[in-house]
Structures are given as structure tokens and as C-alpha cells.
Design a protein around this ligand. Sequence first.
Ligand SMILES: [Zn+2]
Length: 298
Amino acid sequence: MALVLLLFVLFWLGRDGDKQESAKPDVKISEFKIPGGVFEDSERMASVKVVEPKDKVQKPAVVERHGIALILDDVGYDLPALRRALAFPWPLTIAILPDAPHAKKAAVLAHAAGHPVMLHMPMEPLSQRYRDQMDASFIRVGMDRDKVRQLMRDALVRVPFVEGVNNHMGSRLTALEKPMRWVMQVCSEQKLFFVDSRTSNNSVAARLARESGLRWGARRVFLDDSIKPEKLAESWRLARAHLAKTGSVIVIAHPHKESLDFLAHLGTTDQAVIVPLKQLLRVAKKPAVAAHSGDSRR
Ligand SMILES: [Zn+2]
């Protein structure tokens, strides 16, 4: 019996020993590291979950749709101009022409600099001046669904990292429901947003993007319809006025030297209102924005 008792006591002591062993931390705090660096105090603090009284718990911050978003169109020809634009200290979205000689390189540069890339999809314009510039990449009136889809697919292969699409020219095509619906179908399949460049007051693009369930937006101001310094300043004032009135403005600029000179000299209060484009995109099935001025020259 004594032997049984002794064995029993030894057994329990052994278990205790195991417990103490397993209760030791596997990793000493001083050795603890996170991927990419040492576990800093600030990060340690951030990882601590503070349980607040219920009435103090704040809801997750809702990103406000407020600000001016800038898209740089017609990118893919002038890489030095693009590099200059990518160095601006505020958010900029880069819209690249699929048939431009440096389309792919431009997309790689923009992406590497942390700027979103858009496909600047060529679409048939009205005026002869612009029609003369149409190449094989343009979606034209009368093309069937397969051809439109093929042009979109080809363009997306030429421009990597695309997150959204806007129309290059298109004052004729964007007024037509059928081809624009096919464009939106491809955007939907590829999970791309769409911004209506609004080169025509008759454009149905924004409405069809919304009806197709895409994130969408519409250009409000062209910065550089004229590249005279006083006209650039006037366009920017117009953008600021729309911002004060509506709280959300999409501005399209082009990589002209004069445009980039103007943007390079924006003051700090102007720079402060520039936000990422994606922050201003609307979610589908919300009421449409009122129609606003657009020119039909493109
Ligand atoms: Zn364009």
C-alpha cells in the first residue's frame, strides 16, 4: 500500500513538473519580432485592444466623399512628363492610352510610384478634327459586341495594373446605349470602375456604369482646355467653386508642360483638398448626379 501511495505521489509531482514546463513562454518577449522589423513600442500599443465603455466605442470612420480628384489623361507618350507628375506630393490617377508607344512602361512607373492606373479607352468622337486622330484602338459606332469586347480586352493586355476605365474622346460613341453597355459589361467582369470623361452632354456612360453596378464617377472640369496660365487658373477656380458647392469634383488634366507647371505651383491649401479618385467614386444604385456642362468637341 505504501508503495502504491509513493508511486501516486511521484506521479503527481511529475505532472506538476510537466505543467510548469509547458507554462513557460515559447518565445521570450525580448526576442519577439514581427515580419519586417522589431516589435516597436508604438506597434505594441496599437496591438493592445482597449475595451471602452459601450457609449465611448466609436463607429469605424466613414471615408467622406469630399475633395478634388485629379486624373492625368493621354499618358503613354511623354515619359519625362509622367515622371514629373508622379513626383507631385498629392494623389493622382494615371489614365493610359492603350496604343501609346510607352503604354506598358507608363503603367509600370505609375504603379511603382503608388498611383492608380486607368485604361484611357479611345472611343469615336464627333468632330472631324478629332476623327482624323482615330487609330485601330478606337471603339467605333457600328461595331458589334464581339468587336467591342475584343478591343477592350486587347487594350487591357497592353496596359497592366488597370483599376478603372475612362473614355478618350468619345463624344459620338458615349451617347449610344448599346456599345456603352457592352463596355460596362467588360468593366463589370474585370471589376473595374468607370469614369465618364463627359466629352458630350449626351453621354450615357455614367448612367450605364451606375446601372451596371460599377463604382463610377463623372468628370466635372477639364483643367487645360486652354493651356494659357490665366485659363488654367480659371479652370482650377471653377473646380474649387464646384468643391464648395457639391463637395466632390473630378478634374481631368493632360501632361502638357504648362499644365504640369501650373499643378507644380499649387499652394498648400489647394494641395490639401486633392484626394484619391477612388475616394470620390460613387457606389452603384445611388441617385444620378445632375447633368453638367461638357463639350462635344472631343
Ligand atoms: Zn484623352
